[in-house]
Design a protein around this ligand. Structure first.
Ligand SMILES: O=C(CO)COP(=O)(O)O
Ligand SMILES: N[C@@H](CC=O)C(=O)O
Length: 272
């Protein structure tokens, strides 16, 4: 079997040629509700595209209805599963690789909540998606978090559980594992070391100051991850395009947190 297709798509996702990645997701509506920023999706997508992230993740219907005008500008990751506000520990498969191919996707992504009673079904679905993705030469991203009902909430960010979640993805053939940040680069370096797949982190709840997210971006790259996949705090920010450029300066430009904050202030000022 030729693996050229996967290499071509991976090169589009990692197009800056430094092996690093800044993804933005707008896959939250079915999982968490139609929150601010997603209720004005056309406008939000235009602003996100203007920031030139390495990829945008969304479900198939959104891609079909709202992404055509941006087609080919920013790589598309088609999210093929979702959890729901009513059952947040179960990601259900709602799309497949063939549909993603038809949409021109550069990767598919699947969620998988581990450490609970719903793990076996989700692991089986992820294993099947890995097989399908491989047969189409499609990179597979998995959003894997230890948030199941068999562990206490204070375990969700502990290195031991995050390591388990990340490793599970790698064992199943995932190319890019997206998981939770453990909170410090030393423990996260152990997660990365134990995971023979590329690793990125999610932003998590919005509402923290920008320095928190910038420091996270800086620290995870320092810990050996390839970057971040941020959602809510970016698309709910007043000027998402400038914010993406500032985060990109950390991921791709090796800027410090202070330099990135200064860049953001400069870019926002320019628009006044
Ligand atoms: O990738 C994500 C959701 O798919 C990350 O989103 P948040 O930054 O909102 O946690
Ligand atoms: N992928 C998201 C789903 C929606 O919120 C997440 O990981 O939380």
């Amino acid at each position: 079997m030729s693996f050229l297709g996967k290499e071509v798509r991976m090169n589009r996702l990692l197009s800056k040629r430094d092996g690093r990645y800044l993804g933005i997701t707008v896959d939250h509506a079915m999982a968490r509700g139609v929150m601010r920023g997603l209720d004005t999706i056309e406008d939000t997508l235009a602003k996100l595209v203007a920031g030139e992230p390495d990829a945008l993740t969304m479900h198939k219907g959104l891609a079909e209805k709202c992404y055509a005008k941006h087609a080919g500008k920013i790589p598309l990751v088609v999210k093929c599963s979702t959890f729901s506000p009513y059952q947040p520990d179960l990601d259900t498969v709602v799309g497949d690789v063939e549909e993603a191919v038809r949409l021109g996707a550069d990767a598919v992504s699947v969620g998988c909540i581990v450490c609970g009673d719903t793990q076996p079904a989700q692991v089986a679905a992820l294993g099947k998606m890995a097989k399908d993705a491989a047969s189409f030469g499609m990179p597979l991203v998995a959003h894997i978090y230890p948030r199941g009902n068999q562990i206490a909430k204070d375990c969700y960010y502990k290195a031991e559980y995050v390591m388990y979640a990340a490793r599970l993805g790698a064992e199943l053939g995932v190319d890019i594992v997206k998981t939770s940040y453990t909170g410090d680069p030393e423990s996260f370096a152990k997660v990365v070391q134990a995971c023979p797949a590329k690793v990125v982190v999610a932003g998590g709840s919005p509402g923290k100051d920008l320095e928190h997210y910038f420091q996270m971006a800086y620290d995870v790259v320092d810990a050996g991850a390839i970057g971040v996949t941020f959602g809510r705090f970016v698309f709910q920010y007043g000027d998402p395009a400038s914010l993406i450029k500032a985060i990109s300066s950390i991921i791709h430009g090796k800027n410090s947190v202070k330099e990135a904050l200064d860049l953001l202030a400069y870019l926002e000022n320019e628009k006044k």
